[in-house]
Design a binder for this molecule. Structure first.
Ligand code: NDP
Length: 316
């Protein structure tokens, strides 16, 4: 452990749309923000191709380019962006207390205020063919990527509300959607189940799992297996959507911040305030409902404004 301790006024953990938007606002308010990027600089958008639903880009923008632009915008106002991962935190519980954060297991920081923008990660099945074809037709976001499969046949894995919602979204765009549900029933709400069951071009396969995603460079098909009978079947598809849940990247805050049972950080009312004074949470780390780049950016702005007011009350 490096024994020198660096003090930072506003520490932002995470570099997706929430983190960078918080940084833009914090830098402009002279809060001297330092962003630590985390393991995936730029966040989840760097793993998507075209982003067509972020306002202000009439022709769309590819995810990695958009994140570089957000970083440049934050830097233009004086944000310092550093590569590194917060590995340990010790939050002060009283207002005005100094928070301690360790980066990469060795660098010690103290901060007046901390904005958590660590995001969430989509869960994947973890089978090799799926991992190999990520970005080549395997996606975890129908709203982001569904459009590219207009008029084509696709499949979606999952039986929760997200899978049901995304299946009906895809059914509007694609010619056919095969939905793989691993149990004999869906976990989704009854209303969502009825909705997907009533859509003609959704073919629901219960007790069915992915055996292998087919294709060399891009998805060309899917081999499914019925987990009751062991029977296998191949279908031709060009896109495979994985909708088996997300995991918020909040493990290091466990025991210090209030979270729901899955690990989403609880914020107070319509604010980004956590249960610790001076610690704010924005983006997907605290939002399991919307999870869009634009909503993450919106809450990033809110976190910076909340942090600014918090610092002002200490100084005033
Ligand atoms: P959930 O955890 O609710 O559902 C995950 C689904 O994926 C389950 O059907 C689960 O199957 C399945 N699954 C998990 N792992 C695998 C695997 N390895 N292989 C195959 N299938 C797998 O996640 P969601 O993202 O759907 O929802 C998260 C939360 O957000 C929920 O509380 C949901 O209600 C909420 N939500 C609400 C919406 C709304 O109200 N409009 C919209 C979207 C989400 P199994 O059931 O067998 O475990």
């Amino acid at each position: 452990m490096d024994n020198t301790i660096e003090h930072i006024k506003t520490l932002i953990i995470g570099s997706g749309p929430a983190g960078y938007t918080a940084a833009i606002y914090a830098a402009r308010a002279d809060m001297k923000p330092v962003v630590y990027t985390g393991m995936e600089p730029g966040g989840q958008l760097t793993t998507t191709t075209e982003v067509d639903n972020f306002p202000g880009y009439p022709e769309g923008v590819d995810g990695p380019s958009m994140m570089v632009q957000l970083q440049q915008q934050a830097e233009r106002f004086g944000t310092e962006v550093r590569i590194g991962m917060a590995t340990e935190v010790q939050f002060a519980t009283e207002a005005g207390g100094i928070h301690k954060v360790v980066i990469d297991g060795s660098k010690q920081l103290t901060a007046n205020t901390v904005i958590i923008a660590t995001g969430a990660s989509a869960k994947y099945l973890g089978i090799p063919s799926e991992q190999r074809l990520r970005g080549g037709g395997v996606s975890a976001c129908a709203v982001c990527d569904g459009f590219f499969y207009k008029g084509q046949e696709v499949a979606i894995v999952g039986g929760g509300d997200t899978a049901a919602e995304e299946a009906s979204y895809l059914a509007n765009i694609c010619s056919k959607v095969t939905m793989l549900v691993r149990k004999g029933e869906m976990r989704a709400s009854k209303a969502m189940q009825h909705r997907v069951e009533s859509i003609e071009n959704i073919d629901i396969r219960y007790n069915t799992e992915v055996d292998e995603v087919l294709g060399d460079q891009v998805v060309e098909g899917l081999r499914m297996v019925n987990n009751q009978t062991g029977e296998k079947e191949e279908i031709a598809i060009t896109g495979l959507f994985i909708a088996i849940g997300h995991k918020p990247n909040t493990d290091i805050f466990k025991g210090q911040l209030e979270m729901d049972e899955v690990g989403y950080i609880q914020t107070k009312g319509k604010s980004t305030k956590t249960t610790i004074p001076g610690v704010f949470a924005c983006g997907d780390a605290q939002d399991k409902e919307y999870r869009q780049a634009v909503t993450a950016a919106g809450t990033g702005c809110m976190a910076a404004l909340d942090a600014e007011r918090y610092l002002a009350t200490l100084e005033g």
